[in-house]
Design a protein around this ligand. Structure first.
Ligand SMILES: Cc1cc2nc3c(=O)[nH]c(=O)nc-3n(C[C@H](O)[C@H](O)[C@H](O)COP(=O)(O)OP(=O)(O)OC[C@H]3O[C@@H](n4cnc5c(N)ncnc54)[C@H](O)[C@@H]3O)c2cc1C
Length: 313
């Protein structure tokens, strides 16, 4: 029996994952979204499972760990675009263990034979999520479960009809203007899609030297930059050159990589992920936004908490 009906605003990874979990928990769901894949920030994500530029750590560790387990199951089905990948993360300084160490498989420290200037390395297995394939799979799964999808922009949460028991706000960076939320800010990212056949993932996740080499089935993503409060969606040649320089330093064979395209997106930065219920214009709204560089990494854990908040009522 249906528990009632929810309107999910936003059709990126947060909206689709929340909508799927709500349908699986006997809610009726409609999504309104101004854009769908391939035109969302979620499409630009590299994307690997790795908690990055998101807070608070006590919560992101739990959401991240839950999501890792779901992605591991999905990796058994190639049509999802998820695969579990051997990963090396390099450091220029000594590091304590990461807070997510127990969430991933095969974590160990390596030393010796590292790229120039690096002195430490974490080796672990994590997921690579090919976003164009994964977002399509999420949309198919959503429709298969009976969800409705409408391309529509919400101007104001006060104008939404009363037929919905809940509104779920998954509008990412747009929450800044929709809710006048001063705590939201963009962290601009640019990546390069290239053709190569490197099979393993190589990372330097420290902001000043940020570099990631993410293998996918038919191409590879090279990143990146993290430019706070920069709203530009234009690709920049200087960013491309900087990214190539950093990635070639990690894996010299990338010097000959054939470039397919540059992609730019705005990570929805926030002091903390906002996942809570509030009464707005006299009706309940559940917020799920502000995931920074971890929207994919936290997606299923956050979706489960959205369902919990809806079920509480
Ligand atoms: C270069 C780059 C690399 C990244 N790499 C990773 C990675 O490796 N791993 C990872 O976990 N994360 C990564 N991220 C971060 C990740 O992309 C985001 O955290 C995630 O996409 C946020 O998802 P979302 O669904 O909340 O927002 P979005 O994907 O932005 O979706 C928001 C949705 O809301 C809709 N919307 C907005 N306003 C309205 C409105 N008024 N009315 C109706 N609909 C509206 C939009 O059309 C869109 O469909 C990366 C980001 C960038 C830019």
């Amino acid at each position: 029996m249906s528990k009632g009906s929810c309107l999910v605003v936003g059709g990126g990874v947060s909206g689709l994952s929340s909508a799927i979990r709500l349908l699986e928990n006997d809610w009726e769901v409609t999504i309104w979204s101004s854009q769908l894949s391939p035109n969302t920030t979620s499409d630009v994500a590299a994307a690997l499972w790795y908690p990055f530029l998101s807070a608070p750590v006590e919560k992101t560790n739990v959401w991240g760990s839950e999501t890792y387990d779901v992605l591991k199951v999905l990796s058994r089905f190639p049509q999802t675009g998820v695969s579990m990948t051997q990963t090396y993360e390099y450091f220029r300084e000594k590091q304590p263990d990461p807070s997510w160490k127990d969430s991933v498989d095969g974590f160990e420290r390596l030393s010796g034979n590292l790229p120039e200037d690096y002195i430490e390395c974490f080796s672990f297995i994590t997921s690579v999520i090919e976003m164009p394939i994964y977002l399509q799979w999420l949309m198919d799964r959503y429709e298969e479960l009976g969800g409705d999808m409408v391309v529509k922009k919400v101007q104001d949460f006060s104008n939404i009809g009363s037929e919905y028991n809940f509104i779920i706000n998954c509008t990412g960076i747009e929450s800044k203007t929709l809710l006048d939320d001063d705590e939201v800010y963009p962290v601009r990212g640019q990546v390069i899609r290239v053709k190569t056949d490197v099979k393993e993932m190589h990372l330097d996740q420290q902001i000043p030297t940020l570099a990631y080499i993410v293998p996918r089935s038919n191409d590879m993503i090279l990143g990146g930059v993290a430019q706070t409060n920069d709203w530009s969606l234009d690709a920049r040649i200087e960013d491309r050159e900087y990214i190539l320089e950093k990635c070639i330093k990690l894996i010299p064979e990338l010097k000959n990589a054939e470039i397919i395209e540059d992609m730019v997106g705005l990570r929805p930065g926030r002091s903390e992920v906002r996942l809570e219920k509030e009464i707005l214009f006299g009706r309940p709204i559940i917020h799920n936004y502000g995931h920074g560089g971890s929207g994919v990494t936290l997606s299923w854990g956050c979706a489960d908490d959205v369902v919990e908040l809806a079920n509480e009522s």
